[in-house]
Structure formats: structure tokens, C-alpha cells
Write a protein that binds this ligand. Structure first.
Ligand SMILES: CC(C)(COP(=O)(O)OP(=O)(O)OC[C@H]1O[C@@H](n2cnc3c(N)ncnc32)[C@H](O)[C@@H]1OP(=O)(O)O)[C@@H](O)C(=O)NCCC(=O)NCCS
Length: 128
């Protein structure tokens, strides 16, 4: 088996790829704009920190939408049906890079990437 790899590192890299799970989600920003008018929805889905982060932005709804997409993408990647939206939280580092926290603990093995426009927000999550 190891013979097909040029060196042991290639073997480790391919194992990492085999055991990776990916999740993706795209959200229409307009849909989230309607939903967040409902305070119960807002507080059921987003953490206090996420609400603070979005409120401080020029176009808060795009940031809410991409966080909603991130939670769904992480949920798909983890395949954990017990997780709720609020259990999955997005925290931005000082350079803006987003990180995933689950139940307040940073998850080093989950990588996410987010992007948004006026119309759409998209998130990809990779779990190792
Ligand atoms: C950070 C940057 C990539 C954001 O891209 P953008 O097109 O303005 O906006 P997008 O909608 O695609 O992405 C926004 C999201 O990027 C994420 N982001 C911000 N800074 C980031 C960073 N340093 N690393 C990874 N992700 C980052 C955030 O999650 C942000 O959304 P949020 O504020 O709601 O959390 C961009 O502002 C930038 O600095 N670009 C420079 C790229 C560059 O130097 N290219 C030349 C070499 S290819």
C-alpha cells in the first residue's frame, strides 16, 4: 500500500483527505433580513457576540446571513443532529479570519470560509 506513495508524508496527506468532511451552504440575504426582524428568531439562532459583531457592520444583514450559512455548513460537515444553530458560533480573529466555536470551545479541527454579497451569503466548512 505504502509503495504507491513517493514518501510517507504523501501517505499522511492522503489519509487526511480521506478522513475530511465538508459542508457548504448558501443563503439568500433577503430571507434572513425578514427572519431577523423577529427577536425570538434572532436570539434563538445567534450568540450575543455574533449579534454585537453584525450590528457594528455597515450592512448587518449580510453578516447575519453568512453566519447562518456557516452554522448550516458546520452542521453538514459534522453530521451531528443534536447540534443547534446557537451551539455553533462564529468568532472573528483580530485579522478578520472567522473561527468556529462549539458550546464556547474553539474547534481547531473545523475550518470555515465565508463570503457575502448584497444578495447571497455562502459558507464552506471542512472538518478533519
Ligand atoms: C478579507 C478579504 C479577503 C474579504 O474579502 P471580500 O471580498 O471583501 O469579502 P467577502 O464577502 O468575500 O468575505 C468577507 C468575509 O471574509 C472573512 N475574512 C475576513 N478577513 C479574513 C482573513 N484575514 N482570512 C480569512 N477570512 C477572512 C470574514 O469571515 C468576512 O465575513 P464576516 O466579516 O461577516 O465574518 C478582503 O477584504 C482582502 O483583504 N482581500 C485581500 C486579498 C489579497 O490580498 N489578494 C491578493 C492575493 S490573491
Amino acid at each position: 500500500m505504502l509503495g504507491i506513495f513517493r514518501n510517507p508524508w504523501d501517505f499522511v496527506v492522503s489519509l487526511n483527505i480521506i478522513f475530511m468532511n465538508i459542508g457548504i451552504d448558501i443563503v439568500e440575504v433577503e430571507r434572513i433580513a425578514k427572519l431577523i426582524k423577529n427577536k425570538r428568531f434572532l436570539n434563538r439562532i445567534f450568540s450575543e457576540n455574533e449579534i454585537k459583531y453584525c450590528c457594528n457592520k455597515k450592512n448587518p444583514v449580510q453578516h447575519y446571513a453568512v453566519r447562518f450559512a456557516a452554522k448550516e455548513a458546520v452542521w453538514k460537515a459534522l453530521g451531528n443532529r443534536k447540534l443547534t444553530h446557537k451551539n455553533i458560533s462564529v468568532v472573528n480573529k483580530s485579522n478578520g479570519k472567522p473561527e468556529v466555536y462549539i458550546l464556547s470551545k474553539p474547534q481547531k479541527k473545523i475550518a470555515i470560509s465565508l463570503s457575502h454579497t448584497k444578495q447571497f451569503a455562502i459558507a464552506v466548512a471542512v472538518v478533519r
